[in-house]
Design a protein around this ligand. Sequence first.
Ligand SMILES: Nc1ncnc2c1ncn2[C@@H]1O[C@H](COP(=O)(O)OP(=O)(O)OP(=O)(O)O)[C@@H](O)[C@H]1O
Ligand SMILES: Nc1ncnc2c1ncn2[C@@H]1O[C@H](COP(=O)(O)OP(=O)(O)OP(=O)(O)O)[C@@H](O)[C@H]1O
Ligand SMILES: [Mg+2]
Ligand SMILES: [Mg+2]
Lengths: 169, 169, 159, 159
Amino acid sequence: MRIRRLEMVGFKSFMDRTVVAFDEGVTGVVGPNGCGKSNVADAIRWVLGEQSAMRLRGRSMEDVIFNGSESKPPLSFAEVMITFENDRPAELPNEFRGLAEITVGRRLHRTGESEYLVNRAPARLLDVNDIFFGSGVGRTAYSIIEQGRIGQIVSARAEDRRGVIEEAA
Amino acid sequence: MRIRRLEMVGFKSFMDRTVVAFDEGVTGVVGPNGCGKSNVADAIRWVLGEQSAMRLRGRSMEDVIFNGSESKPPLSFAEVMITFENDRPAELPNEFRGLAEITVGRRLHRTGESEYLVNRAPARLLDVNDIFFGSGVGRTAYSIIEQGRIGQIVSARAEDRRGVIEEAA
Amino acid sequence: SRERFRETFDRVNEKFQQVFPRLFNGGRAGLVLTEDGDDQQGGVEIFAQPPGKKLQNINLLSGGEKALTAVSLIFAIFLIKPSPFCLLDEVDAPLDEANVGRYNELVKEMAKASQFILITHNKRTMETVDTLYGVTMEEPGVSKLVSVRLSDGSRSAAA
Amino acid sequence: SRERFRETFDRVNEKFQQVFPRLFNGGRAGLVLTEDGDDQQGGVEIFAQPPGKKLQNINLLSGGEKALTAVSLIFAIFLIKPSPFCLLDEVDAPLDEANVGRYNELVKEMAKASQFILITHNKRTMETVDTLYGVTMEEPGVSKLVSVRLSDGSRSAAA
Ligand SMILES: Nc1ncnc2c1ncn2[C@@H]1O[C@H](COP(=O)(O)OP(=O)(O)OP(=O)(O)O)[C@@H](O)[C@H]1O
Ligand SMILES: Nc1ncnc2c1ncn2[C@@H]1O[C@H](COP(=O)(O)OP(=O)(O)OP(=O)(O)O)[C@@H](O)[C@H]1O
Ligand SMILES: [Mg+2]
Ligand SMILES: [Mg+2]
């Protein structure tokens, strides 16, 4: 389940539709402070089904919708699509095993209306979680390390650290 | 009350007697991870009278005494001396106004025996605090920013941030 | 289940004991599961001893040593139960040149089996990666993605 | 006393509103004292708007923006009630080149009145300082201080 492509529009500072293509090997993301690098990480976390606005640095989930700049008005919805290569069919629910690629999408409107999509068709969060379960894509406790979190692992209390290993168990 | 000199022996990783001379302007301290840079900052904090072992990354104050390495045995006491230039006599207690330099020292023995020194003579923590009061040397809440603390200022709760400004008031 | 956690814990601990000296160029480390209370589950204690130093309370370690110890643990878990991808946001920020070099070498090796995405300000990390994207904000408040350079000469489309 | 805190708060707020745009090359920021409860004292809220961006919850800012905002506040307090010296341990770690440059410029200016000690891994900061000390651990676990270079050619004794 390698990531082939990430597409964002209206997500945080990515006002315009942006496509990130991921190749083999190690991908680096660079740029000045505040340009949007960690927002790309947030987009991945969000489209994988993150339910906590706080873990995306927001106070409510609406905070992920492009809120405008000094010269641009806010947008009314945020959308992120992530496309995976299906390199391990056995790990997926039956209905997806024959496909070369799987695309998962998530949309949030300022009205509060929220949608998930699987291969462009409406789906529930439950379906999205089923897709990720077998491949371990959902184990973000140790597969996505947000900025500042590496320092917390050592200073955390012993009981809190347990969670990261539990995710792998 | 500029720092002229800092002298450490047996303090954390500074097993041997080490003298740091401070000149005019900006002093930089560099070196690889774990070589002892932050320990220098801890030494300054400690000789100024820090009472909390936790703020020095220790569990008890004994943790500041050189604890040995794989090839060196522990030492039995830690000592730090800090020498200030007396450039503002009016800020000092009367008895020190005539001196060109003031030296404050602190020693801690593994037995728990603890001493303060002012110009090589035994003193109490109270005397040390009196010396620092007028010049503002003691206002370390905003004059010493330990590694990792700058990130905490923004994530702190509003009530906790108050303390840093109170220190200046 | 408690057994499954215990089994995973033991495997992670074993791997952690291998990864730590790899990243620190020596030294040793390990995990200890503290006693379970009646209602509470045990916590995970970390012991870490950089090369040539004495084993001390982990809090006495330097900022960079703490970060590298945490990275060793994360990588140990990842090697036991790999995810298809791993995204690391500025974990190399507190590391010196030697440590960044070893970190990048291990990432390169792990990238044969999983996809790695590194957000970084570090020049050495930038030199190690295979594909490099830049995020810019020419227009304040509006992010754009650009392709910076690719080691094999091909181009990734970034719209 | 409450009045003295309020007076200091107002002066720090005014200075903070000047320092922030200096370090961010624009934008604006301010502090707000939240309501005092019966027993509780008010807390200090921070508002920060980097240049060209919209004012948002401070938690949405990037890691570097948060650090530079905190530095602006610390420097504002320092300028209102200077201490004889200021020691900053790796506060420049999350900053990009442009921000590190402005940070160092302001430190240089403030160093005319107070002594500054910067612990850093950052090359640009190393180039800006007047005196540079290196800490080494040739013998594992044992720190030694060395003089690295001085801009005016004189040497600092480091035993
Ligand atoms: N909903 C939103 N609409 C518009 N802009 C937003 C939104 N949410 C966050 N931002 C902006 O995105 C910026 C943060 O971006 P991000 O955290 O990705 O930066 P970064 O590239 O990781 O920087 P650093 O190197 O400092 O970590 C902030 O300036 C913030 O104001
Ligand atoms: N009492 C002690 N005796 C011996 N060594 C000690 C003692 N206390 C701390 N140390 C050692 O000092 C080292 C930490 O030093 P310090 O925090 O100054 O590093 P640093 O140069 O700031 O590194 P970084 O760049 O990673 O922040 C640790 O390896 C720790 O084990
Ligand atoms: Mg970031
Ligand atoms: Mg340090």
